[in-house]
Write a protein that binds this ligand. Structure first.
Ligand SMILES: [Zn+2]
Length: 380
């Protein structure tokens, strides 16, 4: 991710770049921004700039091997630490960021403006048990003991230090204060009050202001949202790009009727219908294909919120609420996590230019199986 992928906030980009030019890069920085702001995006763009082989006046080059790896979130010297929890497959001491990198990349590919709920839906964890553990801090120290493989800097991006266990924080105090040479910590947080004082006092604060309406508007238009809708959504979202994305995929999504119809067909499991759907899907533009899948994801998220009795659903139009109520009868909470993962994987494969037809047919068949699973179990 480069600075150019973030709309606006030029003043922040400039001051970060100035610091690099002057050789005054603080080794521990806290990027603080509200939900739906560019705090994580900015940290990743900054990490990309820091390790770029040919950095320009306003951005990284985007072409050197380092930039290309950062674009795919696979640079060996840029490490990501984030809250995780145990899952069906990963338990105990294995519950550390390193073992969730595939899901983390999917999360980032889906847009870097998601919150912890979006994240836990992707990796299948339980929101309430999210944590950056002591085990994690040991791993960080171990990674720091290695020399940078190919980058100028070794960079640790710690997303949501609010979730850091005190024992993990204690383990990190020394390295945050005096990191080894050419090591940079970029902490990315939303709620300063929830960060341990001992951590706060060791960081240089970089405040990332919320987007303004115009910046959100531009971002949405660049993602294919029609101009008139984008302006309307930007006003509703009041600076929160995550909310703007959610509104765009829920309320204003032209795919809504077809996604719902397709879900019904998946439930009915008529193979010839599902093949016909994947032909239709194949004919859509890539932006439409992604819009279709993103709407599916937000439907799943709302269904989960409905199971939890979350009041934020009240905001949805009547027709939408009715559908979610009915959908929730078939899609029980235990099915939401695997289904979410399937949708995220499909998005991930589309991004990497897999055949849209195959991706969609595969998704249809697996979704169909998931929706039917309980019924099948009961019958037997
Ligand atoms: Zn570069």
């Amino acid at each position: 991710m480069q600075f150019s992928a973030i709309n606006g906030l030029e003043e922040t980009k400039n001051s970060l770049i100035e610091a690099v030019k002057k050789g005054h890069v603080a080794h521990t920085q806290l990027f603080l921004g509200t939900e739906g702001s560019a705090h994580l995006a900015m940290a990743i763009a900054f990490a990309t700039y820091l390790n770029c082989d040919d950095p320009g006046d306003i951005d990284s080059c985007g072409k050197c091997p380092s930039c290309v790896k950062n674009q795919k979130y696979i640079h060996p010297d840029v490490h990501y630490i984030f809250p995780v929890s145990s899952t069906d497959k990963i338990k105990g001491k294995e519950v550390v960021s390193n073992n969730f990198m595939k899901e983390w990349r999917q999360f980032l590919e889906g847009g870097v403006y998601g919150d912890v709920t979006d994240w836990s839906l992707i990796f299948g964890g339980e929101n309430k048990h999210l944590n950056i553990s002591k085990e994690e801090s040991r791993g960080i120290i171990q990674k720091l003991s290695l020399k940078a493989f190919e980058g100028k800097y070794k960079i640790m991006i710690i997303w949501m230090p609010e979730y850091m266990h005190p024992s993990a924080a204690n383990g990190l105090l020394k390295v945050l204060e005096e990191p080894s040479e050419a090591t940079i910590f970029l902490l990315v947080a939303s709620d300063a009050e929830r960060i341990l004082g001992t951590i706060m006092s060791r960081t240089q604060l970089v405040v990332i202001r919320a987007f303004n309406d115009q910046e959100i508007n531009h971002q949405l238009v660049s993602e294919g949202v029609p101009v008139n809708k984008a302006a309307h959504l930007a006003r509703l979202a009041s600076g929160n790009l995550r909310l703007a994305h959610r509104l765009a995929s829920e309320i204003e999504n032209d795919h809504a009727p077809s996604v719902k119809e397709w879900m019904r067909q998946c439930y009915a499991t008529d193979l010839s219908d599902l093949v016909r759907w994947s032909d239709e899907f194949h004919k859509m533009t890539k932006i439409s294909q992604k819009g279709f899948l993103r709407y599916g994801l937000s439907l799943l998220r709302d269904t989960l919120l409905d199971h939890y009795g979350d009041p934020s659903l009240i905001r949805l139009p009547e027709g939408e609420k009715d559908f979610i109520k009915k959908f929730a009868q078939v899609v029980t909470p235990d099915k939401i996590e695997p289904l979410t993962r399937l949708f995220s994987e499909a998005l991930f494969h589309l991004e990497r230019n897999a055949s849209a037809k195959m991706v969609f047919l595969d998704l249809s068949l697996t979704v169909s199986r998931q929706l039917k699973q309980k019924e099948f179990a009961v019958k037997n």
